[in-house]
Design a protein around this ligand. Structure first.
Ligand SMILES: Cc1ncc(C[n+]2csc(CCOP(=O)(O)OP(=O)(O)O)c2C)c(N)n1
Length: 247
């Protein structure tokens, strides 16, 4: 039998621990493929966050630093400033980045740190049991909003990319998704741009990737992909919100 697809060199051969239908694995693979294609594996440093992807250091076959919850942009800032020749990226969930680490990401973006941020938005705190996160949709049921998110009690979802797009410094800001094969192909291009922005010394780059959490959403993997497309994309529109050279 011939081998149809090789494992990217930037991934180890450890099996992912992610739940069936979770898209963290797809995003890991896309990041690894981009790193391989850019030929930067040996001078790339990843910053793992706290959340389901806390074990990312087991999967990426490169140097990875583990940051405290929400603090990945600060750790990335330190690594990049000390080792400017390294390509530095953070890999963060929405609870990590949009809740506990809100200030970190805003200030790293405002300072225009030359790092790449991979932001995986699955609209809940996945690892700790599916609680309401800043990105939870209005009406979405979670363990801490069993009646659905209500704006008068829980406020409105945070559109982080649009918020950061109001800042002058960020060079590349985009939102993409991995809910169907054509989108996976597109997501890879966007992730590549986010790395190229750093390699070209153009400034802060961040890509938000809409992702599924079937177990905590109480849906099958197939239903979750449909839910993402029908419910999340209208609230979190896909596209490029800032491009290098255009403030
Ligand atoms: C300062 C701090 N607060 C809270 C926690 C508990 N905690 C660990 S993982 C997690 C949820 C992370 O969710 P998210 O960032 O959305 O990533 P996901 O698990 O969905 O991939 C929380 C709240 C912690 N470890 N540290």
């Amino acid at each position: 039998m011939s081998l149809a697809l090789n494992l990217p060199e930037a991934l180890t051969d450890k099996a992912f621990h992610y739940c069936p239908g979770c898209t963290h694995g797809i995003v890991h693979r896309l990041v690894a493929e981009v790193i391989d294609e850019l030929g930067i594996r040996e001078n790339t440093v990843g910053i793992a966050s706290v959340g389901c992807s806390v074990l990312a250091y087991n999967y990426f076959n490169l140097d990875v630093v583990q940051a405290a919850h929400g603090r990945a942009p600060a750790v990335a800032t330190g690594v990049k400033r000390v080792l400017p020749e390294q390509v530095v990226f953070t890999y963060q969930g929405d609870g990590d980045l949009a809740s506990i680490g809100t200030a970190e990401i805003v200030h790293a973006a405002a300072r225009g740190e030359k790092i790449t941020v991979i932001f995986v938005n699955n609209s809940c705190y996945g690892m700790t049991g599916g609680q309401l996160a800043p990105t939870t949709l209005l009406g979405q049921k979670t363990t801490t909003s069993p009646l659905g998110r209500r704006e008068n009690i829980d406020g409105y979802p945070l559109n982080i990319i649009e918020m950061l797009a109001t800042l002058r410094a960020p060079a590349f800001l985009a939102r993409t998704s991995v809910h169907k094969p054509s989108m996976v192909v597109r997501a890879k291009k966007v992730i590549r741009k986010a790395f190229e922005t750093q390699i070209n010394n153009e400034g802060f780059a961040m890509v938000e990737i809409l992702s599924t959490c079937p177990v905590n959403w109480g849906l099958t993997p197939i239903q979750a992909l449909k839910w993402l497309e029908e419910k999340m994309i209208p609230i979190y529109p896909l596209g490029e919100f800032k491009l290098p050279g255009r403030s």
